[in-house]
Ligand binder design. Sequence first.
Ligand code: KG4
Length: 390
Amino acid sequence: MIILSIETSCDDTGISVIKTNSAPSRKKLDDFSSFEVLSDMVSSQAKLHSQYGGVFPALAKREHQNNLVPLLKKALDKSKLLKKNKKEADPKKIQKLQKMLERNQELFNQLKPFLMEYGTPEINRIAVTYGPGLEPCLYTGINLARALSSYWDISLVGVNHLEAHILSNWLSPIEEISFPAIALVVSGGNTQLIMMTDVGKYKLIGETRDDAAGECFDKTARILGLGYPGGPAIAKAAARFKEAKFNITLPRPMIHDKNYEFSFSGLKTAVLYDSKKRSEEERKSSDYIEEMAFNIENAIVDVIISKTMKAAKELKAKSVIMGGGVSANKKLVKELKKSCKKEKLNCISPLAKFSGDNASMIGLTALFSPNAKKMTWQRIKPNSNLKING
Ligand code: KG4
């Protein structure tokens, strides 16, 4: 079984090819050892969006349209699945494709010569993220998946991006995980705590009421004049901090509330107020930026750890599973693992290269989750607010 997967939910364009020696018979974690990632291609738009301090959906859609076909070609080539066409392309099929991609003209312009030059690859399934995410971005990936599914006559599977972030941990060898587990999904668009009783069995127990943790990193980085994405920029500046000079204190919103909810917009406002009361010279000094970055990172990490451990203890979890772009934050991973160790809980985080958006996690989820449902190309639609309960 070879699966081609597509990820375009936000600002990373991803295409991956995964091979399993046999289709997994049981939807169990032991099956996760029997696959191989043949290629994993990601094209990040971070540089482009840095001038806006966040993701600009129309621009992200345009970039996905430009990136998808070159990445598809690279991924198939690396997987040794790219073969020159022996037959002439059927003009009727091309015409149908043009109609399907009428709202993604640039994608069609690139896909047409690609399909004319290369034949149907030996893949058995196509997986694509259908939510949650930015609708114009989701549409672009889905439209490519629909076009390929129809043109090559290969079945299609829709994948929940949040579930994929959780299962991204299994893209590398990890210690055994016992259930129930608390899954913490922290990214630019989501901050959620999820009770997981098995692969495919999830219950959302708390999420952010406003900004996501990654969004808070991105917005506060912008206030400090650091680049986008803000998470890595803040972590880098925080690591340079040596000595407190500015008497900065930031709130830990909702940390003592008796629920598993988060709120990060107050933290962003506190950073803005603090920076406004400084002189321009102070505000722009590396001493201030580093001290503030250190405080921001600590405040976000404190809240996330406190809420995650509260959920793990109260709900008697045996493991904690991290996922999403913010789980690349070294301080968060280190501190959460330390807290879990104290409570004798297993704690896993994905490899840094699989913590952010990538298509391999989509392929893996399509292969191993009972939630991955076959969808026909005529019916698949994006769901920008897709939830994880199930
Ligand atoms: O999962 P992801 O790639 O995309 C979404 O689905 O949102 O997450 C991107 C987010 C950004 O907000 C970025 O600032 C944050 O992950 N991020 C980090 C780090 N690396 C990426 N946040 C904190 N520390 C990091 N090292």
